[in-house]
Design a protein around this ligand. Structure first.
Ligand SMILES: NC(=O)c1ccc[n+]([C@@H]2O[C@H](COP(=O)([O-])OP(=O)(O)OC[C@H]3O[C@@H](n4cnc5c(N)ncnc54)[C@H](OP(=O)(O)O)[C@@H]3O)[C@@H](O)[C@H]2O)c1
Length: 252
């Protein structure tokens, strides 16, 4: 039996990853801020799948959060860096504290957790990392500028270390979903954007399954859905200035 960590496991995609891992008999460490939700999910997964489930109620948008996780859970065979959020609005009007938390959670904690667990995985010659980016990784996002830039980082970082680790038995997969029905749009105040009102919105279980399967196969990149693959092709098909304008229309 192996141990898997899922960040952002109190709902949305993270909860779906937790269910898939439990069904495959992994012991779990579930992390998010909502202790009550995590405890209820843990009890349900224990009784349905007979696996051990620990919960860590932590705010991962703080400096030092990843180090705290690694100190409390020193070993991990499957790391799913899923927690993340976006903020919709003009960059110069978004509170500085919110921007800081977004970068800390979406970029720094993901990077430090990966750094914390890769040495153990390499020493054992086996391990899986799944980093959740977004189709936002492929283009700039006016009115969600920080989020799109953070996800571009996650994609670049993941593909680079996937290459470094080739042949070691440790794989890094980057999942790039498009709009998906979770708590995400509400939290980002993005429910009224074209992105969520006019474009296809995927089911969370379907997206998580695609990412999970890709991770098991050791794929570097998973883009679930035909439309999202078109978005990912955007930078190759259109000039960047045009792309930014189109992107703006979907988020504004
Ligand atoms: N839904 C989409 O349309 C979409 C599209 C592309 C990519 N993504 C990415 O998918 C990932 C999962 O998002 P989701 O769609 O499942 O959104 P969600 O339903 O809002 O879930 C986000 C999860 O992250 C946790 N979280 C948020 N802030 C946290 C913090 N400071 N510390 C610890 N945990 C925190 C939340 O739990 P607590 O509130 O309990 O802390 C929750 O469990 C994110 O990285 C997101 O960027 C989503």
């Amino acid at each position: 039996m192996s141990r898997a960590i899922v960040t952002g496991a109190s709902g949305g995609l993270g909860l779906e990853f937790a269910k898939l891992l439990a069904a495959d008999k992994h012991d779990l460490v579930l992390i998010a801020r909502s202790a009550g939700k995590l405890d209820a999910i843990a009890a349900d997964l224990r009784s349905r799948y007979g696996v051990n489930v620990e919960t860590l109620a932590l705010d991962l948008s703080r400096v030092g959060a990843a180090a705290e996780v690694v100190a409390r859970v020193p070993e991990c065979d499957v790391l799913i860096n899923n927690a993340g959020f976006a903020t919709n609005g003009r960059f110069d009007e978004i509170p500085e504290e919110r921007i800081r938390e977004e970068v800390l959670l979406d970029v720094l904690t993901l990077t430090e957790l990966t750094r914390g667990y890769l040495p153990g995985m390499r020493a054992r010659g086996a391990g899986r990392v799944l980093n959740v980016a977004s189709t936002a990784a492929f283009l700039p996002g006016p009115f969600m500028a920080v989020y799109y830039a953070c996800k571009a980082y996650v994609l670049s970082f993941s593909q680079a270390i996937a290459e470094e680790l080739r042949g070691t038995g440790v794989t890094v997969t980057c999942l790039c979903p498009g709009a998906t029905a979770t708590g995400f749009a509400d939290r980002a105040h993005a429910n009224t954007t074209r992105l969520f009102k006019r474009l296809p919105v995927a089911n969370a279980a379907t997206v998580a399954r695609a990412g999970y399967r890709g991770m098991l196969r050791g794929r570097d990149l998973v883009i679930p859905g035909f439309f999202n693959n078109l978005v990912a092709l955007g930078p190759r098909l259109s000039p960047r200035r045009l792309l930014v304008r189109i992107s703006r229309k979907t988020i504004e």
